[in-house]
Design a protein around this ligand. Sequence first.
Ligand code: FAD
Length: 300
Amino acid sequence: MTDDLFAALRLRVRGEILRNEPMARHTSLKVGGPADFFVTPADREDLRELMAVVTGTGTPFFVVGGGYNLLVRDRGIRGVVISLARLAELEPLGGERIRVGAGVTNRELGRFLVNEGLAGLEFLDAIPGTVGGALAMNAGAHGGATLDRVEELVTLHNGSLLQRRRDELEYGYRFLRLAAGEIIVEATFRLEAGTARKIESRIEEFRAHRAASQKVGYPNAGSFFRNPEGVAAWRLIADAGLRGVMVGGAQVSEIHANFLVNRGGATAADFLALTARIKDEVKRKTGTSLEEEVRIVGEQ
Ligand SMILES: Cc1cc2nc3c(=O)[nH]c(=O)nc-3n(C[C@H](O)[C@H](O)[C@H](O)COP(=O)(O)OP(=O)(O)OC[C@H]3O[C@@H](n4cnc5c(N)ncnc54)[C@H](O)[C@@H]3O)c2cc1C
């Protein structure tokens, strides 16, 4: 089956196709077993060709951005992992509107905003990842959230491109409802005119804030748990006495208790065991149930 699938992919897809690609290479936690196929379509048309093969063969698939919010289990991901890294268009549309491909990195977008004198998404520059990932997670910081600035999303679903205006989307804190298998291809953002100097200085301010508060020194995926209503997850974890606790190579950061770090050689199983322990102890000691913000995918 995988040889047939490989042949079909080679025949129809122009972009890069890797086989048995370790997901540890594509996640900031540096853990995760192999993807059967890791495919980077050359452009939007190529993505449609890829999806025709994938759906035509009933192959499972998963879209990855920068892998900054992902824990991939040790047996990896069956089927096709799709990277949109080459859907990287950045286009000014006039009237403070821009069109951004899902594969653009948040850093690239930040640079573009400075050059174009467009304000309103400065907070995104310091959040690691791609614009596709930021939209899918409704990433946010410093009071801003990605979807608040969206005018329209273009998604690919069951072979058709859909245009979805912001008022048609269901979204909230670190959440956007997408249909099963729906892929974000690009977004149009509506921003505000600003001066390059002011935009750049806000970006610098946010970067400096992070450098001071999140310098945990080891591979991590940012905040591991969502903040429960009205309370910071890090405080619950710290109050439960879990700072520094380790399972195998996975540790609760000593510096930021809601960051779990890979001290070297950690497996996904280590992170899962540590996660279970944190949830148990926080529940027992505070009565609060923590929920993961990091997406956990792949085979156990
Ligand atoms: C040091 C550090 C600090 C962080 N700080 C913040 C912060 O301040 N605020 C915050 O919100 N997050 C933060 N994060 C988490 C992370 O950076 C964000 O969630 C980011 O938006 C993830 O983007 P990504 O491209 O890496 O997505 P990935 O981690 O690759 O994917 C995340 C999810 O989005 C889905 N996805 C990705 N692209 C698409 C697409 N095109 N279509 C459909 N689904 C897609 C994936 O399937 C997956 O379910 C931090 C992480 C780190 C490591």
